[in-house]
Design a protein around this ligand. Sequence first.
Ligand SMILES: [Zn+2]
Length: 323
Amino acid sequence: MNREKIADRIYRTFDDAGNVQSLSVLCNELLAQQTVSWLELGNAYRALRGVRLRNVHCRGFSVRLIFNPGRAVNTTASVGPQDIRERPCFLCSSNLPEQQKGILYRNKYLILGNPRPAVPSHLTLASLEHRPQGIVEHADDFLQIAAELGARWTTLYNGPRCGASAPDHLHFQAVPSGLMPIENEINDKKNLLPVNRDHGIRQYLGIGLGRDVIIIEGEAAHTVRDALCEHLEVLKKKAFPSEEEPMVNIMGHFNGESWRLLVFPRRAHRPAAFFKEGEERIVVSPAVMEMAGVIVTPMERDFDRLDAATIESIYHEVSLKYN
Ligand SMILES: [Zn+2]
């Protein structure tokens, strides 16, 4: 990645040098500016207003289905090593469309409007360096970003083999908080099984939500990070001993006092039905937003026919049981 080229890309800068506006306000301004000055993003947001939505009530939880043909590129992305090697990286700043600008965040990330928003106000936070996606090494960044975006945003991470459409380029996403069904479902204590309360950390397993989720809450970033890394180590030993990191999707939120992380352990990237042909194919590719209860499909046929039993079965197939 060529750092000299970044100067052309900067809409605003956010660092320790006396920011007048909060990061959240800057991000909203960026999106407002980009939807006007960058035609592709303006069109994507206009298209988003017309998407079809449907809530499906499953056993113990619910999901929101979204029919969004604009997300086909993400849902069907080829992310095998050869496909990745052979395409220009769309998160490297030298390959961004000319009108795309971002917020230079702490001289480490460029915060960008996601060109294919799944929800209104969808950000991508791309590392300035072209380096592999991974959470352990960058967990401190993830927590700091969640804290500095503030309570109105939820920060998202997709593991390189379970949802990241650029597994070769470190990135996070952020969306307005409260849009994803699981964010409300875990406020109901009956859905939480307490597992640990040591060192100022509160940890739970989600129960009856159709997929396993680990919940970590705490006021100190380093203890939240350490708890996350311990869970990742357990998952790695359990199912992925030869991999760099276990398959996980992560959501992070900071309410002004404490962080809350949701970690979804995964055993498969896509359900078997994704790989079938013809009528049997279901074009759903679960990443962090799907695990959080927002299921995006680019196919109207799937939007119309997905029912509670099929959705429960997809979650069962792609989730890893934690204990
Ligand atoms: Zn790159």
